[in-house]
Design a protein around this ligand. Structure first.
Ligand code: 4NP
Length: 152
C-alpha cells in the first residue's frame, strides 16, 4: 500500500484537487487498491469546509469524480502513517515541517519536484484560475505516479 497525503494551506482548493486527480489516475490504471490517498491543510482557516466551488467546477468539466468532504489539518501522526507528504508550494513545505518536525524519513516533497520542470503549483486563491492549477496538478500527479511505480 502506498500512502499519499497531499497538503496545501486551506485544504479546499489545491490539495483536494490533487487527491481527486490521483485517485482518478490510479483507478484508470486499475491499481486503486494499492493506494491510500488523502489531503489536509497546514492552516486552521477552512477546517470543516467543503471543497471550493472552483475545484468542483473544474473537475466536473474534465470528468474527474469528486467527493464531498470537510477540510482537515495535517497532524504529527499523519507523518507516521503516510509514505509521501506532498505540498503544493514552497511555503507549504515550511508549514508542513513546522507541524511534523524534521523530515527524518524523507517523506516530504513539493509535488512538482517530481516533474522535469520543478516549480510551485499555481495558486488559484487570488487569481480564480483553476485551469492552470489543474494542468499543474495533473502534471505533478503523473510525474509522481511514474516515480513511485518505477520503484515497485
Ligand atoms: P488552498 O486555497 O490552500 O489551495 O485550499 C486556499 C484556501 C484558503 C486560503 C488560501 C488559499 N485562505 O487564505 O484562507
Amino acid at each position: 500500500m502506498i500512502k499519499v497525503m497531499f497538503v496545501c494551506l486551506g485544504n479546499i482548493c489545491r490539495s483536494p484537487m490533487a487527491e481527486f486527480i490521483l485517485k482518478d489516475l490510479v483507478k484508470k490504471k486499475g491499481i486503486e487498491n494499492e493506494f491510500l490517498i488523502k489531503s489536509s491543510a497546514t492552516s486552521y482557516e477552512e477546517i470543516g469546509n467543503d471543497v471550493h466551488y472552483g475545484t468542483v467546477r473544474k473537475l466536473n468539466s474534465v470528468g474527474v469524480p469528486i467527493e464531498h468532504r470537510e477540510a482537515v489539518r495535517l497532524t504529527q501522526n499523519d507523518y507516521r502513517t503516510y509514505d509521501y507528504i506532498l505540498g503544493m508550494e514552497e511555503a507549504n513545505i515550511r508549514n508542513i515541517l513546522r507541524i511534523v518536525g524534521d523530515d527524518s524519513e524523507n517523506k516530504v516533497y513539493r509535488l512538482l519536484d517530481f516533474s522535469k520542470n520543478s516549480r510551485d503549483i499555481a495558486d488559484p486563491w487570488y487569481t480564480g484560475n483553476f485551469d492552470k492549477t489543474y494542468e499543474d496538478i495533473l502534471e505533478g500527479c503523473n510525474a509522481f505516479l511514474e516515480t513511485v511505480l518505477s520503484k515497485k
